[in-house]
Design a protein around this ligand. Structure first.
Ligand code: NAD
Length: 311
């Protein structure tokens, strides 16, 4: 029974996910290092706690939604962290929805399973951890239509489904600890390469005298059709409602894509797999960020890397 939910990391995504849990009737306790956002929750009558440990002490399950691996490690194993350096914890389940590397997810899952859970009648149980990153972005977080890709114990996954369904539409069980994180970085690697491929082809097409809308129409009825061409087209004016048509504002920041490509490259190195497109895509996103476009949506590679419109 996961009625008491702790939520840590109330940024673009976590703020909206936590609100959907509140709407679904869960009792929340929250924590963030940003005092402004903590005040927004305490003004709504939601307990805003001073540390991850304080959240853990009042929760059956704790969800984290933090920027990167170092923040997640800090919140779990740092001073006043969720695992508070000891061997006894309160929550039965830990869910990390941040996009981090699978190695860190596995390390934390092992650390959690080395803890014991003190039950009321003095019998001891093992707490468990799920890595459950999401796809869908801020709009899906707001609408409660995220996709969760989940690694860890299948039993824990099944027991956490009501939580996932209060924040998302689809949940996919991927396998043991770390496979949710692996799925997420692989998804984003494929998405980066397809975005670069579509951008490169549309830029070449324009230079060869084909209008981008016409070439997109060709792609979308041919074998080049993909999400980057038919749902998130990178050329301004080709589609309505996408970041490309509002000066690449909002959406999925280039710096987050750069981070995720670094995670993919590190994981590839770890397992000894050659991933040349990951390296090249990573270099392109790094240079886009260095040129000052790190907060623009990742489809801005069309403008800043290919179309020579960098101003
Ligand atoms: P964000 O930077 O908006 O939010 C992160 C929050 O964590 C902030 O409120 C920050 O104050 C808080 N925080 C940082 N360190 C902390 C600490 N030590 N203790 C407590 N709170 C701390 O990030 P976001 O856009 O919400 O993304 C969160 C995660 O979700 C990232 O891993 C990102 O890659 C992933 N993600 C983001 C999107 C997206 O479209 N934004 C989509 C899918 C996945």
């Amino acid at each position: 029974n996961f009625q008491n939910v702790g939520f840590i990391g109330l940024g673009n995504m976590g703020f909206r996910m936590a609100n959907n849990l509140i709407r679904a009737g869960f009792n929340l306790a929250v924590h963030d290092i940003n005092h402004g956002v903590m005040k927004m929750f305490s003004d709504m009558g939601i307990p805003a706690k001073d540390s991850p440990l304080d959240v853990a002490e009042s929760s059956d399950v704790v969800i984290t939604m933090l920027p990167s691996s170092s923040h997640v490690l800090d919140v779990y194993t740092g001073p006043n962290g969720l695992l508070h350096g000891g061997s006894i914890v309160r929550p039965l389940l830990f869910i990390d929805s941040s996009t981090i590397d699978p190695q860190t997810s596995r390390k934390l899952s092992a650390a959690v399973s080395q803890c014991a859970l003190k039950q009321e009648k003095d019998d001891w149980k093992k707490p468990v951890m799920l890595d459950a990153p999401v796809s869908g972005g801020v709009i899906a977080a707001e609408a409660g239509t995220l996709t969760f890709m989940v690694g860890g114990s299948q039993e824990a996954y099944l027991s956490a489904k009501p939580l996932f369904h209060s924040m998302g539409k689809n949940t996919i069980y991927c396998g043991g600890a770390g496979t949710g994180s692996a799925a997420k970085i692989c998804n984003n690697l494929a998405m980066a390469v397809s975005m670069l491929g579509v951008s490169e082809a549309l830029a070449l097409g324009q230079s060869l005298g084909i209008d981008a809308s016409t070439l997109t129409q060709v792609f979308n009825s041919s074998s080049a059709r993909c999400w980057s061409s038919d749902s998130y087209n990178p050329v301004p004016g080709v589609m309505e409602g996408v970041p490309a048509s509002r000066n690449y504002a909002g959406g999925f920041a280039s710096k987050l894509m750069s981070k995720d490509l670094n995670l993919a490259a590190a994981s590839a190195k770890d397992v000894g797999i050659e991933c040349p497109l990951t390296s090249q895509a990573g270099e392109i996103y790094e240079s886009v960020c260095k040129d000052g476009h790190e907060s623009e949506d990742f489809s801005c590679v069309f403008r800043h890397h290919y179309s020579g419109q960098d101003e």
